[in-house]
Design a protein around this ligand. Structure first.
Ligand SMILES: Nc1ncnc2c1ncn2[C@@H]1O[C@H](COP(=O)(O)OP(=O)(O)OP(=O)(O)O)[C@@H](O)[C@H]1O
Ligand SMILES: [Mg+2]
Length: 262
């Protein structure tokens, strides 16, 4: 008999450690993202936030620790499996392909429901027309949701930074993920754009769980249900926004940063 699984229904990273040579980037970090929740991950520069997202999506293999997703262990996750298991992410910065149009970039993200995609791409076989049409339609819908469908045929480099950020988010949404990992989606945005981003994130919770890595505290406090705070690769606090705001360990982590950089 097998023991009943204790894995939660959402996403969980349990006791994850990552070392880069002598540097401990993550030290037994645990994170639980409940279904439909926005979970913030904050901490000073170099705290390990991006490394944690990289582990969550299989870009970085942890030296120790476990992941689980939808009640089952998530092992041997590779970047090309991501869309198929319902996970999508954005990169810190923008990370669009310069040689592709906006629509093509987003179609790469939308390539989740393909029946023939991966194998046919491998052997250079043509994709079924119906699959191709469905893919194009999901890409168009994602661009429309972000209000950038009119730039579909443009190369990303021709667009202002905030528009490129929207395209990058559309690419992640086009995969129709159930877990969305966002690495500093508000960087480089103005106040109004940030408000719109916050509204979008809250709207998305009806369809997916979200991990939000962000430095903009107002946004984090407004949109997150719970927050995990990292400092030097360790969890120094976790809880609801009000608890995090008043937690002296969090202030200490950021004060250390100011002393270093300011
Ligand atoms: N591939 C790598 N090789 C070596 N060291 C790395 C690598 N990636 C990250 N690091 C180091 O690991 C630590 C955590 O980096 P990480 O990028 O996860 O921090 P972060 O919290 O995302 O920071 P920021 O807020 O600046 O984006 C840093 O000290 C960083 O220099
Ligand atoms: Mg980072």
């Amino acid at each position: 008999m097998t023991a009943p699984s204790l894995a939660p229904a959402g996403f969980a990273a349990s006791e994850v450690s990552v070392r880069f040579g002598g540097l401990v980037a993550l030290d037994r970090v645990s994170l639980e993202v409940r279904p439909g929740e926005v979970h913030g991950v904050i901490g000073p520069n170099g705290a390990g936030k991006t490394t944690l997202l990289n582990v969550c999506c299989g870009f970085q293999r942890p030296d120790a620790g476990e992941l689980s997703w939808r009640g089952a262990p998530l092992r041997r996750l590779r970047p090309h499996h991501l869309a198929g298991v319902g996970i999508a992410r954005t990169l810190q910065g923008v990370g669009l392909f310069a040689g592709l149009t906006v629509a093509e970039n987003v179609m790469v993200g939308a390539d989740r429901h393909r029946r023939t995609g991966f194998v046919s791409a491998l052997f250079g076989l043509p994709r079924a027309d119906a699959d191709q049409r469905a893919l194009a339609e999901r890409a168009r819908a994602a661009l429309a949701e972000l209000g950038v469908d009119e730039v579909a045929d443009r190369p990303p480099a021709s667009l202002p930074y905030p528009v490129r950020k929207r395209v990058a988010l559309a690419r992640a949404l086009a995969a129709e993920p159930e877990l969305l990992l966002l690495d500093e989606p508000a960087s480089g945005l103005g106040a109004d754009e940030m408000t719109e981003l916050g509204e979008l994130i809250r709207r998305l919770t009806g369809r997916m769980s979200i991990v939000l890595v962000e430095h903009h505290m107002d946004l984090v406090m407004d949109v997150c249900d719970r927050i995990t705070v990292l400092d030097f690769g360790r969890v120094v606090a976790s809880g609801e926004p009000a608890d995090i705001r008043d937690n002296p360990a969090v202030a200490d982590a950021y004060l250390g940063e100011e002393a270093e950089h300011g």
